[in-house]
Design a protein around this ligand. Structure first.
Ligand SMILES: [Zn+2]
Ligand SMILES: [Zn+2]
Length: 224
């Protein structure tokens, strides 16, 4: 299902709604908040200084950062029109500072999809993008007796006769190969009765050429 894009809160644009004195208050409070957080570290003993000033610890414990957060929240939210803070469906807007977010699943730089994903579009991850998988390939192989097999991986010996999209290649081989008496086994024509390696090679080359011609004919049919 196609989901609507997530609405974003663009701080730089919202700033323009504020009067200069409101901007000054918010700017100053934002800076003080950052300093309040470093006091938190002081209180938690996270600084690498040996001697912690107990007066600073005491102030940090007494205030934390919520005093400034509460004031900052009030200063930011009260002057801004509701549509700047939430979208037309009343969903809160997501801060632009969070970066790219997938509109389909909500994954982000900090929280990628389990299957692994990258950006297919600015706001759509590859796991959610409708990328159809490439057609499965099949490899046509013949053993020394001329018996044809369809492999999902390239054969390790050099008896690869042909490869391509699975169903199309199987169709062509079924037409071009010789059908054994069991009704199921496909054989390279002329190879079972070849008397030496030269004849075997001839049979293989002839069959490979037939497959290539059949493929070319099929391709031109598809295109026309
Ligand atoms: Zn996604
Ligand atoms: Zn994703």
């Amino acid at each position: 299902m196609e989901k609507r894009a997530l609405s974003r809160f663009v701080g730089a644009e919202a700033w323009g709604f504020l009067a200069p004195e409101q901007q000054a208050t918010i700017g100053a409070l934002a800076m003080e908040l950052v300093l309040a957080w470093s006091l938190d570290d002081e209180a938690a003993g996270l600084t690498d200084r040996d001697e912690v000033d107990t007066r600073i610890e005491r102030v940090a414990r007494a205030f934390g950062d919520h005093v400034i957060i509460d004031r900052l929240t009030e200063e930011v939210l009260s002057p801004l029109p509701p549509e700047v803070l939430s979208d037309e469906t009343d969903n809160p807007r997501i801060p632009l500072a969070f970066g790219q977010i997938c509109r389909a699943c909500g994954c982000s730089q900090n929280d990628g999809c389990d299957v692994g994903c990258c950006w297919a579009e600015d706001d759509l991850c590859s796991a959610c993008a409708d990328l159809s998988p490439p057609p499965r390939s099949v490899y046509v192989h013949a053993d020394a007796a001329g018996v044809i097999r369809f492999l999902s991986m390239p054969p390790v010996d050099n008896m690869l006769l042909f490869s391509g999209p699975d169903s199309a290649v199987r169709e062509i081989v079924a037409v071009e190969a010789r059908h054994a008496y069991d009704g199921a086994t496909l054989l390279v024509p002329g190879l079972p009765e070849a008397e030496d390696s030269l004849q075997r090679l001839d049979a293989l080359c002839a069959f490979q050429t037939r497959l290539e011609r059949a493929w070319a004919a099929r391709e031109s049919e598809v295109l026309s």
